[in-house]
Design a protein around this ligand. Structure first.
Ligand SMILES: Cc1cc2nc3c(=O)[nH]c(=O)nc-3n(C[C@H](O)[C@H](O)[C@H](O)COP(=O)(O)OP(=O)(O)OC[C@H]3O[C@@H](n4cnc5c(N)ncnc54)[C@H](O)[C@@H]3O)c2cc1C
Length: 438
């Protein structure tokens, strides 16, 4: 009996073996920690946020240039796990961030490339078409082309991290849902559908389900339905990885991302925030409908006319969004033995390697050498959590009173931008000069 009890005590329990959880389990186990990682579905699976064969990775970052240092480390760690796994996970085939000259996608990526001295080229829409004939952007649009961009294979990344963690001694359980948890003196107790465990530390990497287990994320991590299409190209040579860099495009129809043919016999693409359907992860619609496909086909017909032959596959997936569309990576405000990585807002996969390292840091020492001020929960608690309403086609920020009863200050109000229809994140008023931030 005593032995049995001891076997259920761990140094750390990780909830969720998706992108962030599998990496966290590995980096903890590699430090000699006794790790249990619990996953409610199989490993890997198609019910969360990390399926679909491809995820974009890029260095110049239009969302905010302060992500670039983290990205440099993410690339190093992806190459590390790739060599442990003995298979190719990272495909650096180039990436394109394009839109009108003054658009935040093009301008933000270009600014980020210059600020961090990253290799890049700027091409017009016509020049881009001559180099990569699959692309038919408006001729006056500008595209930042970066050779370091490309894609990761998410299912294989998760499998590689899980197998590497197991090789380091981690216990990983699929089909075991965490039902609840409670803090203990010097640890935590976790109850699952199969058993009860104790550990010194608890890490939440439960993706779209995080806020169901963590009250502190209430209203800060909102799941959103996404739809992906894979269409058979009529000119397949223009959509092979060697001829077709991944893209982020801002066009009249919205913001879209896409990939060459890989894993499924079709050109893959999706629209950020698709039809803006938000809700509980358990309740979001997992079916794909004719109207979903129409939104995606109209885009492809205009900008990738040789990319839209017969439909090969359609899938749903979930974003988990914070109000400012930046991540949450932090210790629990009340229990320092509990940490969370969440709400990767549609752009988190590429960071999973470095977030795994950060979570291993936080759960072993409570601190990390990476600067995560950018992702702290108190940016919402102290500044007043924002919510949004639609007003004449624009989203308008509504001030709400935060948990500690502070309202958003006028200074913060001035420094922030309203969240626009095209999904542009807020600027960070707390970071006066991004170069001094890291
Ligand atoms: C359509 C789409 C396209 C995207 N494109 C890109 C891209 O190109 N580049 C990029 O960088 N990012 C992209 N993202 C974002 C990125 O994929 C996500 O940020 C990332 O995969 C989130 O990883 P996660 O570990 O938080 O969630 P997940 O990988 O979903 O992992 C969470 C895990 O926790 C498990 N879990 C939940 N609750 C419990 C419980 N109670 N007990 C046990 N286990 C539980 C879940 O089953 C799941 O496996 C995209 C996302 C989507 C949906």
């Amino acid at each position: 009996m005593a032995n049995n009890y001891r076997s259920k005590r761990f140094d750390a329990i990780v909830v969720g073996a998706g992108a962030m959880g599998s990496a966290t389990a590995y980096y903890l186990a590699r430090r000699g920690k006794r790790v249990l990682c619990l996953e409610r579905f199989g490993i890997p699976h198609t019910m969360g946020s990390s399926h679909g064969h491809t995820r974009i990775i890029r260095l110049a970052y239009y969302e905010d240039p302060s992500y670039v240092l983290l990205l440099r480390r993410a690339y190093e760690l992806w190459r590390g796990i790739q060599s442990v796994a003995g298979e190719r996970l990272l495909h650096t085939i180039g990436s394109i961030d394009a839109g009108p000259e003054d658009s935040w996608v093009f301008e933000g990526a270009w600014k980020s490339a210059r600020l961090h001295d990253l290799p890049h080229e700027v091409l017009t829409g016509s020049e881009l078409h001559r180099r990569y004939p699959g692309y038919h952007l408006p001729p006056e649009h500008l595209a930042l082309v970066q050779p370091d961009g490309g894609f990761l294979n998410p299912e294989r990344c998760i499998v590689s991290y899980v197998m590497a963690a197991q090789a380091e001694g981690a216990e990983i359980h699929g089909h075991e849902e965490v039902l609840d948890w409670e803090p203990l003196e010097g640890g935590v107790r976790v109850r699952t559908e199969r058993d009860t465990y104790e550990a010194d530390k608890l890490v939440f990497t439960a993706g779209a389900w995080n806020q169901n287990l963590l009250g502190v994320l209430d209203g800060l991590a909102t799941p959103e339905r996404q739809v992906l299409a894979w269409l058979q190209p009529t000119r397949p040579e223009n959509f092979r990885p060697e001829n077709f860099p991944v893209f982020n495009l801002l066009v009249d129809e919205g913001r879209f991302y896409g990939f060459p043919v890989f894993g499924v016999p079709g050109f893959k693409f999706g629209k950020y925030f698709h039809l803006k359907e938000q809700g509980d992860a358990e309740e979001l619609d997992r079916e794909v409908h004719g109207y979903d496909e129409r939104v995606l086909r109209e885009f492809a017909e205009r900008y990738f006319p040789e990319g839209c032959g017969p439909t090969m596959s359609l899938q749903t997936c979930m974003f988990t969004n914070t109000p400012d569309h930046h991540f949450v990576i932090d210790l629990h405000p009340d229990y320092e033995q509990v940490s969370v990585a969440s709400a990767c807002s549609g752009h988190g996969f590429k960071f999973a390697s470095v977030i795994g390292e950060i979570m291993a840091d936080l759960s072993t020492t409570g601190v990390t050498r990476h600067n995560i001020d950018f992702f702290r929960l108190d940016r919402f608690n102290q500044q007043g959590q924002r919510r949004y309403e639609t007003n004449g086609g624009k989203r308008q920020a509504v001030r709400t009173v935060s948990k500690n009863n502070r309202k958003t200050s006028q200074h913060e109000e001035n420094g922030r931008q309203n969240y626009e229809e095209n999904g542009k994140p807020h600027s960070f008023p707390r970071v006066p000069d991004i170069r001094t931030f890291w």
